[in-house]
Design a protein around this ligand. Sequence first.
Ligand code: NDP
Length: 261
Amino acid sequence: MAGMSPTVLDTFSLAGRTALVTGGYRGLGLAFARALAEAGADVVIGARDEAASRDAAADLAAETGRTVVGLGLDVTDRDSVTRAVEAAVEATGRLDVLVNNAGACVHRPALEVPDDEWDEVFDTNVRGLWLMSQVAGRHFADRGSGVIVNIGSISGLIVNRPQWQPAYNASKAAVHQLTKSLAAEWAPLGIRVNAVAPGYVRTEMAPVDDPAFKPRWIDDAPMQRYALPEEIAPTVVYLASDASSFMTGSVVVVDGGYTTF
Ligand code: NDP
């Protein structure tokens, strides 16, 4: 109503804004894209599988009534990143939120990790996130506002045993530190940068229902279960919205208590 100050729920609204979600056609990224659209945002989904991104975007548009665009994007390729940011602005008229969700993980003991697997994990999780942030960051700096939500992991905070994944663990620690670094540097430009560090979430990356995977961790978890992607998504909406207007440089752990020990 005219003249009324916004309620707390109003501050969570993303109406009139556009969010770009990397790797947004499946798993956590799809849950983030859906939640952002439900909060009122227009959404752009980008991943290497362009057809899957377009299909997911069409489904989400029908489901939420928002403009949702799917496009091909390789976060490790600067030209592709630049094209995606330009396409997002062209398709929806603006870009307000970047969710750096695309990620890669390899489970292998340190003595057996070949160079190409190390490079794939770091190229995707760190260099890709960096390229996306720098290109979108230039756009945000020009307009004097913008929000970046990076998807880190509890693997950037602790070491799971015996799911050895040294490259992934190190890459996610880098994501957390890059979050803080960009937050400090870009706060004067009106850009907020935060990260979410999820615990285990059922997706293709973490086949938690596979008996070979599941028993390794579930007994150690205080809540003794994994999360569904929908349980991480509200935190992303919170960090993307004005509800978190005084937060920058934070790494928000959403892990069912896993890192309490
Ligand atoms: P998935 O493997 O299900 O999805 C990964 C997505 O990233 C896919 O859409 C994939 O699409 C995309 N992607 C990978 N490489 C690239 C690239 N070079 N350019 C663009 N997109 C790319 O993983 P999750 O949904 O499980 O993970 C999402 C994020 O959450 C990751 O950052 C992951 O590290 C993090 N995370 C996951 C946890 C879990 O338990 N599942 C726990 C903590 C953090 P395509 O291959 O077509 O490009």
